[in-house]
Design a protein around this ligand. Structure first.
Ligand SMILES: *Cc1c(COP(=O)(O)O)cnc(C)c1O
Length: 427
């Protein structure tokens, strides 16, 4: 039998034992019975191992790994990274609230995003975050005003757009000229000179983030060369940059993808930094997907199979509101039965119950399934739960964190009452 799990080197913490699919030492069918479906299950060990690869890469360096929490912002997940000493890359005041709720050190928080509001800036200054990653000249002015009004100086870095092609899906490319992110390469030095003159700002670093699900080293190496060119040009004007923040974006193995290992990639990048004489600067990175993506699966029940002339449909109880990546990016995630049958597989489009043709989870998948079977959608740790919605008035799924043989419910299933609570009738 062709068991797809044997082809998934990126997911060593998911395995079949006695025919049952397990995350670490916990059987997924038992979790589904206890908590219902759809159910997200995460391996703590996978997260810590992914983090360790970066930590090995930075051994002996002054480095700070800031988990880009938009990938998965559940408190139980944040706590894992806070306890491991990570900082956090946030993109909203709400995310700051979550970081503070798990007791993380605000000094290790960096604030990215093109549309920070004055209220969010105020909140972040009051919390004492480490750095604002400013994305435009206009934002420099507003942050300067907000900081002066608060009687503070805001530590800033300017996000530069290095104009390199990360060779990924257009919706997750962020470092090309046509993207909304960062300050254009040729305006960077002037922007830094201007920032250095603003009394409410304290210029401390430089940053970039070129895209997501990057599976080759070359775009990173190109971006690093461009960043280091700019560090030289900026410092030639007398501004000292204490840190270089290189963003996130490293890909994971969804379907035989072969991204470079974090430690091997950083070995190459650090060689460039050292060769240019900037090895003494603090290094920061903002990985999201590569710290959580393959830690998670989404367990779902097959509700119906529906044969058709053109296609067979396998209708499961997870949908685009739980797993938005296929609908948003035509993304591929493996779908595996929890307990394989011994019959013959048919080709199915695996879809959810939502009333949209865009509500599909996998296309043309060879599966041997019947109603009532459980399946696991793999690689569901990043950009699934954090993007989940209530579309079709579906409550958001429950989440479980597994640590060895122990399973902890870190989010209960959302109820209808939860959804209706903030609404009221007119008049
Ligand atoms: C989304 C994002 C990241 C993380 O990207 P991943 O591909 O998940 O590693 C890092 N930095 C910024 C500014 C981002 O917007």
């Amino acid at each position: 039998m062709n068991d797809p799990l044997t082809r998934l080197p990126g997911q060593p913490h998911i395995a079949r034992r006695d025919g049952v699919l397990c995350v670490e030492n916990v059987a997924l069918d038992a979790l589904a019975r206890a908590h219902g479906t759809p159910l997200f299950v995460y391996s703590k060990q996978w997260m810590l191992d992914a983090l360790a690869a970066y930590q090995r890469g930075f051994e002996g360096r002054n480095a700070l790994i800031c988990y880009a929490m938009k990938a998965n912002s559940s408190l139980g997940v944040l706590r894992v990274f806070a306890e491991a000493g990570c900082g956090f890359d946030i993109v909203s005041g709400g995310e700051l609230g979550r970081v503070l709720a798990v007791g993380a050190d605000p000094a290790k928080v960096i604030f990215s995003g093109v549309g920070k509001t004055r209220a969010e800036m105020k909140q972040a200054l009051a919390a004492g975050i480490g750095c604002f990653n400013v994305e435009s000249e206009a934002e420099l002015e507003v942050l300067n005003e907000v900081a002066l009004a608060a009687g503070q100086r805001a530590r800033i870095s300017i996000r530069i757009n290095p104009n390199v092609d990360p060779k990924t899906h257009p919706y997750i490319s962020t470092g090309l000229k046509g993207n909304k992110f960062g300050v254009a390469h040729d305006r960077t030095v002037a922007a830094y000179q201007h920032a250095a003159r603003l009394p409410g700002l304290d210029v401390v670093g430089i940053d970039c983030h070129i895209g997501s699900q990057i599976t080759e080293a070359s775009p990173y190496l190109d971006a690093m060369d461009k960043i280091l060119d700019l560090v030289e040009a900026i410092e030639a004007t007398g501004i000292r940059l204490h840190h270089i923040d290189f963003g996130g974006g490293l890909g994971i193995d969804y379907n035989g993808d072969t991204p470079p290992a974090a430690d091997a990639l950083w070995k190459q990048l650090l060689a460039r930094i050292d060769a240019r004489g900037f090895g003494d600067r603090q290094l920061m990175i903002e990985p999201g997907r590569s710290l959580v993506g393959n830690a998670g699966v989404c367990v779902s029940e097959v509700l119906y199979t529906k044969p058709g002339d053109d296609k067979n449909f396998c209708i499961i109880d997870a949908a685009m509101n739980d797993l938005p990546r296929p609908a948003m990016y035509q993304a591929f995630q493996q779908i595996v039965p929890l307990q394989p049958r011994m019959g013959t597989a048919a080709l199915y489009d695996v879809v959810g119950p939502i009333c949209e043709s865009g509500d599909w989870i996998g296309r043309d998948r060879a599966l041997d399934v019947q109603a009532g079977d459980l399946v696991a959608v793999l690689s569901a740790g990043a950009y699934c739960m954090s993007m989940a919605s209530n579309y079709n008035t579906r409550g958001r799924a429950a989440e479980v964190l597994v640590n060895g043989g122990q399973a902890t419910l870190i989010r209960r299933r959302e109820t209808l009452d939860d959804q209706l609570r903030s609404e009221q009738l007119a008049g």
